[in-house]
Write a protein that binds this ligand. Structure first.
Ligand code: NAD
Ligand code: WQD
Length: 336
């Protein structure tokens, strides 16, 4: 199938493009490069030895999106394009609501106009709010603590209602937990803007000597060792989950957790990183980060039963591949 991948130059999108191409699909990428680099598209081509059509386009621009649908036979859309920094969303709510929700509406409007009936959406476990773990798709959602999380919950509702009104329109709402790691080639991976907010890129930058030490946000949570517990999932498993979702789309809007079902604490991740790479990461315990929850991990059964997909790679592989990318990555500051 010919798949339009919005945000396909980004972290998860680029890995999903590789998985799509390797599964025999063809790929059109629409990305405005606000949080990624054009060179990533070349790396997708290098890894797969397949061609990719690329549009440097803002998918909130209805005219520009129409050009893409007009000039290409599109069989399905995977919508990754979005802003995703939780803290930033608190400071810039309008930017986040506009970018993440208008893009979803523009794309679904184009799908309706051009008869495209397959739509996969990047949602987030954030929508569960402070529910009881493990998070299961059927549970009621609770308010998130930030505009970013709300853009995901609202987009899910919009897509669900559109699918209800148009039975031929099939939607998969994929709730990602904590994607980490990188392609084993070390050519593509996560490139945070500035100082990383997320744990794994912060750890790899400490390991590389770019940052002095990791600050662990609290060790007084009600968890095994007091540090926060999350469901880390290898980005390649996540990418393969998208191919499975695309291939198993059914009538209506269906929600799937894409997680391992396994919780890992911050200290456990550091131990795994040291085991995988032989590098001890210096850290200090500091106060909790506002808005953090104690534990977040998936009930991963529904995707296994309905999509025939489950995560295969363990935390050691995640740490090995995350470090593999960081080691290779020539960041221009360093290159000077
Ligand atoms: P990313 O920032 O690496 O990728 C997003 C891509 O979208 C970037 O290349 C950016 O340039 C592009 N983009 C943003 N707004 C756009 C617009 N208006 N038009 C065109 N392109 C636009 O982020 P990611 O980690 O790959 O996340 C991809 C998706 O998955 C996002 O929707 C994010 O909210 C969601 N998600 C990410 C995580 C995570 O931890 N990384 C977890 C859950 C959900
Ligand atoms: C993981 C754990 C921190 C950094 C975020 C977004 C979520 C989704 C995934 C988009 C927590 C601890 C972290 C550090 C630390 N993104 N930590 N020191 O917060 O679970 O989820 O990314 O959808 O929406 O909220 O991920 O990697 O920031 O934190 O101790 O420097 O690591 O307290 O327990 P999080 P994270």
């Amino acid at each position: 199938m010919n798949i339009l991948v919005t945000g396909g130059a980004g972290y998860i999108g680029s890995h999903t493009c590789v998985a799509l191409l390797e599964a025999g699909h063809s790929v059109i990428i629409a990305d405005n490069l606000c949080n990624s680099k054009r060179e990533t598209v070349e790396k997708i081509i290098d890894i797969t030895n397949k061609e990719v059509t690329f549009y440097e386009t803002d998918v909130t621009d209805e005219q520009a999106v129409s050009v893409i649908f007009n000039n290409n036979k599109i069989d399905g859309v995977i919508h990754f394009a979005g802003l995703k920094a939780v803290g930033e969303s608190v400071d810039l709510p309008l930017t986040y609501y506009y970018n993440n929700i208008v893009s979803t509406m523009i794309l679904t409007k184009a799908c309706k106009k051009y008869g495209v009936n397959r739509f996969v959406f990047s949602s987030s476990a954030t929508v569960y709010g402070e529910n009881k773990v493990p998070f299961v798709e059927s549970m009621g959602l609770l308010p998130t603590t930030n505009p970013y999380g709300e853009t995901k919950a609202i987009s899910e509702r919009i897509l669900t209602d559109i699918a209800k009104a148009n039975p031929e329109f099939s939607v998969a709402l994929l709730r990602y937990f904590n994607p980490v790691g990188a392609h084993e080639s070390g050519l593509i991976g996560e490139v945070p803007n500035g100082i990383p907010n997320n744990l794994m890129p912060y750890v790899t930058q400490v390991a590389k000597g770019k940052l002095e030490k990791l600050r662990i946000f609290g060790n007084d949570y009600p968890t095994l060792d007091g540090t926060g517990v999350r469901d880390y999932i290898h980005v390649l498993d996540l990418a393969e989950g998208h191919v499975a979702a695309l291939d198993n789309l059914k009538e209506g809007a269906r929600v799937y957790n894409l997680g391992t079902g396994q919780g890992t604490s911050v200290l456990e991740l550091l131990k795994a990183f040291e085991e995988a790479n032989g590098i001890e990461v210096p850290y200090e315990i500091v106060e909790r980060r506002p808005g953090d929850i104690s534990s977040c991990y998936a009930d991963a059964l529904k995707a296994k039963i309905e999509l025939g997909w489950e995560a295969k790679r363990d935390i050691i592989a995640m740490c090995r591949d995350a470090w593999g990318f960081e080691k290779n990555y020539k960041d221009f500051v360093e290159a000077k």
